[in-house]
Write a protein that binds this ligand. Sequence first.
Ligand code: SAM
Length: 353
Amino acid sequence: MNEPRVLPITDALARPLRDLRISVTDRCNFRCPYCMPAELFGEHYQFLPRSEILSFEEIERLAGIFVGLGVKKVRLTGGEPLVRAHLTRLVEGLAAIDGLSDLALTTNGVLLGGMAVDLARAGVGRVTVSLDSLDEDVFRAMSGRDGYSPAQVLAGIDAAEAAGLTPIKINCVVQRGVNEHTVVDVARHFRGTGHIVRFIEFMDVGTLNGWDLSQVVTAAEIAERIGAEFPIVPAEPNYRGEVARRWRYADGAGEIGIIASVSQPFCGDCSRARLSTEGRLVTCLFATGGADLRGPLRGGASDEELAALITAVWAGRTDRYSEERSTQTAQTGPTLTAGPSIRRRIEMFQIGG
Ligand code: SAM
């Protein structure tokens, strides 16, 4: 078989295109107040109709084109990816793409227990599981649902480990006054398990969560809290562009990561493109819009034409929102409420974080 032809591309700031995050659904079984608040996403909320969502065949075709432009890693996300029907079929299709070396998935974990084996069999290599707190009440408040518990997520993590979906990362968003007091418990629980908890500064993504700087617990403060209980030492990044700063437990019980998108942004190394549920190419988590790929795709564009479109968008990319936001933050101090300007941004559930 011929080697796949790869023509790697870089953007206007010399950043290569390496990672693609695909949001496979805008639906979610959680209603996290910081992402899809229940009062806005109630029974009557109109999610995208099926006809507007990319089909598996469309996603696979686009993913193949992205791999031809240098993408090595694909992450499936959402919404909640595990609520998309027959997801394993998509996984099988993606896993068959020559040149794709890493197929990962981010999930809230409550459906993972029943799906881990099938996901692994279909070709998912590893999972990241979101878990904001082990405290029942805090978990319920942060997931916006009564029906779920941290125990279900832990069962999902165990199933993923048994199915070989490792190394497992645990995403824990830290919000001032909401779960900062349970951060050390999360660290304690996963110390020594081989799973890597990544604590995430609460970000001003989207427009729905009423973000302001006072709700952010900074990376420095998170490290201090955990370090006070379990001494930690900084570790070298695994690769250029790694989003989490790594810390090792001094006693050898493993490591944690802290994602400091607000206090220490990392746009300079960003090699991630995002494909939204309805087929827009988005080049920044904080973007106001994206380039429509679905229109040309359904309009009969060839692979070469789609590759040229993606290349043009990526080559023209200059966004570095988080870095610009921190310049502003430094200038204006904690009264800043929504970044450089209050813009209409894409919501996290549409592009998946
Ligand atoms: N449903 C899946 C999940 O829960 O992991 C995937 C999508 S979810 C949008 C991806 C991640 O984004 C989750 O870990 C979530 O906590 C995180 N997230 C959402 N809004 C955020 C915000 N404002 N700041 C930081 N992280 C956020």
